[in-house]
Design a protein around this ligand. Structure first.
Ligand code: ATP
Ligand code: MG
Length: 184
């Protein structure tokens, strides 16, 4: 996977498979502290302690069609390449949080990639009604997009209406531009 936004999409697929109705994606670019932290939190069925250990091993999967189960190990590998780490915290029946840290300016740290595309893909691509809460911080400034608020504002208009999606994509892009402009 070339960039972190694709990893985020992949990890979110696990949450969807685990029956989550809510996925919170937090990106914290702490450039001053030279740290990048990703957090993906869901309210899916969770994992017990034993499985929590196993998922870090490549090839552990509960998928049944002969697939391998590389999503989490691949992200853990990307983190290690940038002197970081991946941590899983889960409570069976409550949900799972995956936290990944990277050294921000590490030469092998993958770029964030197109986060707007990832968030829009998550909003459109899912078969069930799942809420996405996306929070992006950069040196203490930040913005948030919460599909629960958007749905309330939209009333009867579906959130995957193409015009709504374009608007959301622009909102994210502008939010990111503003964060960069702060230039701190
Ligand atoms: N958020 C989650 N909630 C509950 N179980 C999870 C979660 N994330 C991962 N798992 C469990 O860990 C296993 C391994 O996840 P991983 O993403 O590494 O591989 P996979 O999803 O099985 O396959 P791949 O990602 O390669 O398509 C999953 O099959 C699932 O059983
Ligand atoms: Mg997976």
């Amino acid at each position: 996977m070339q960039d972190l936004s694709l990893h985020i999409l992949d990890i979110s697929e696990n949450s969807i498979a685990a029956g989550a109705t809510k996925i919170k994606i937090k990106i914290n670019e702490d450039i001053k502290g030279n740290k990048l932290v990703l957090e993906i939190e869901d309210n899916g069925k969770g994992l017990d302690k034993e499985t929590e250990q196993k998922v870090l091993d490549p090839f552990y999967t509960t998928k049944k069609n002969g697939e391998v189960g590389l999503g989490i190990p691949m992200l853990a590998h990307s983190a290690k390449e940038a002197e970081g780490n991946l941590e899983i915290k889960s409570q069976p029946g409550k949900g799972t949080t995956i936290t990944v840290q990277f050294v921000y300016d590490h030469i092998d740290r993958k770029p964030l990639g197109d986060i707007a595309d990832t968030i829009i893909a998550l909003i459109t691509g899912k078969s069930r009604d799942i809420d996405i809460i996306y929070e992006h911080c950069r040196n203490g400034d930040g913005f948030q997009l919460d599909t629960r608020d958007i749905k309330e504002e939209l009333q009867d208009v579906p959130i995957n209406n193409p015009e709504v999606l374009n608007y959301l994509r622009e909102t994210i892009k502008n939010g990111l531009k503003d964060l960069e402009k702060e230039g701190k």
